[in-house]
Design a protein around this ligand. Structure first.
Ligand code: GLN
Length: 451
């Protein structure tokens, strides 16, 4: 049924870069056979899923939305992919994304944009716009995203779906193509809080193949999602997550959510987190710096595209020609920014300062979580904007992640879930819930209560 749905509408939505029809049907049949034989089934047996094209899959291409990896079929499965297969999930295919996960609209994909199923002329968020669009258009009931600065939560917000960025280190990054290694985190996307929890439980857990993976039990997310409540909880509202640039209808729905939390028994606490105002600037030094280092591996020798290898050119020339042809503008912009920020003479002024701000943000969160159990905010300042509106204005694009970035810098966990439609445009608004590191279960407890 999901393959038929994809056939019927994906030409318009363009959520998928690759549909693995044969593989999906084979997996589904294998589940049937297991069931018929009375074998034990995985926890998500037979449930179809849309996988962001940033996780390696040994039977499918992995492009990361870039021409530089066009046609590359990885020799191994990411840990997350292995876990999905072990849970008997049916992987439908790979979803569209901003190239190397850099963007907030999926317009930076080298393979063309994805439409928002609520209004195909609008963006589905990014970088994981393909995954969120697949959910919102009922092409898949579950999806996987990655969140470096908001790429799970902001797409969830603008498509009226649920997305969770787990605690940094909660889900393995092994086989997840690196953008900014100290920020990148894979996580679950779904249409309900409980569905997200069921997927979260399957993909999380310690992995010796990832040196930053946390060696501790997975927080009890499913139990929390089944027992939603905010009774007696202290919920923080940060004064820095408001003001100029926030759409009236977003603010209205957010304020209503705060009233709902109160009526369900939560105590609202106003919080001041002054360093949050610097988060975007710090992020746009740290993320490009790490990106400039990570993307050095795309040298035309080891993976994917190779341009100009005609026997007359040096290896350096082939690398340069390949990068020129294979990387898009935003990726080049970040590599140049990061290389500059890391260069000797500038390192302390830029990268060093950004790391100090990162520490201040972590301290602001630590102080806040002495006073509250969770923090709430709008997920993103506006509803889905029209395709093309911010495409030539990187600064305007970067503002989409104003509320999501502090969490990545501190490494704690956060969820976005729908909280109604904005009255002025009828488009979905997202409520963000933020919890301390390894307290991901609180997101589900609160999310299930207000869903
Ligand atoms: N929009 C942010 C960026 O462009 C975040 C992307 C992400 O979370 N992968 O870097």
């Amino acid at each position: 049924a999901h393959l038929a749905r994809i056939d019927a509408i994906d030409e318009k939505v363009h959520a998928f870069l690759h549909v693995d029809r044969e593989g999906a049907l084979a997996q589904a049949r294998a589940v049937d056979a297991k069931k018929a034989a009375g074998e034990k089934l995985g926890p998500l047996a037979g449930v179809p899923l849309a996988l962001k094209d940033i996780f390696t899959t040994k039977d499918m291409p992995t492009t990361v939305g870039s021409k530089i990896l066009e046609g590359w079929i990885p020799p191994y499965d990411a840990t997350l992919t292995q876990k999905l297969r072990a849970a008997d999930v049916v992987i439908l295919g790979k979803t569209n994304m901003d190239e190397f996960a850099m963007g907030s609209s999926t317009e930076n994909s080298a393979y063309g944009p994805t439409g928002n199923p609520w209004d195909l002329t609008r963006i589905p968020g990014g970088s994981g716009g393909g995954s969120s669009a697949a959910l919102a258009s009922y092409e898949a009931p579950l999806a996987i995203g990655t969140d470096t600065g908001g790429s799970i939560r902001q797409p969830a917000s603008v498509t009226g779906t649920v997305g969770v960025k787990p605690t940094y280190g909660g889900v393995s990054r092994y086989g997840m193509v690196a953008f900014s290694s100290s920020l990148d985190q894979g996580g679950p996307c779904a249409r309900t809080v409980l569905d997200a929890a069921l997927l979260h439980e399957v993909i999380a857990g310690h992995d010796p193949m990832d040196s930053t993976s946390i060696d501790a039990p997975v927080p009890p997310v499913v139990e929390a999602a089944r027992n939603g409540s905010v009774e007696g909880m202290r919920v923080g509202v940060v004064k820095q997550f408001a003001g100029e640039g926030y759409q009236a209808g977003v603010v209205q729905r957010f304020n209503e959510s705060v009233e709902l939390l109160k009526s369900l028994g939560a105590t609202i606490v106003e919080l001041d987190c002054p360093s949050f105002d610097l988060a975007l600037s710090a992020y746009y030094l740290i993320a490009p710096s790490e990106c400039s280092s990570n993307l050095a591996r795309f040298d035309a020798m080891r993976y994917g595209l190779r341009v100009g290898d005609d026997g007359t050119k040096s290896a350096e020339e082939v690398t340069a020609l390949t990068r020129e042809a294979g990387f898009g503008d935003e990726v080049k912009r970040r590599i140049i920014l990061g290389t500059y920020a890391l260069s000797s003479g500038y390192y302390d002024a830029y990268y060093g300062s950004a790391q100090k701000v990162r520490t201040l943000i972590t301290q602001d969160f630590a102080k806040a979580f002495e006073q509250v159990d969770v923090i709430v905010s709008p997920t993103t300042p506006t509803t889905a904007f029209p395709i093309g509106e911010r495409a030539d204005d990187p600064m305007a694009m970067y503002l989409a992640d104003l509320c999501t970035i502090p969490t990545n810098l501190a490494g704690n966990s956060a969820m976005s879930l729908p909280c109604g439609l904005a009255p002025e445009d009828g488009l979905p608004v997202g409520l963000q819930i933020i919890a301390p590191a390894m307290k991901d279960d609180r997101l589900y407890k609160v999310g299930a209560a207000v869903e």
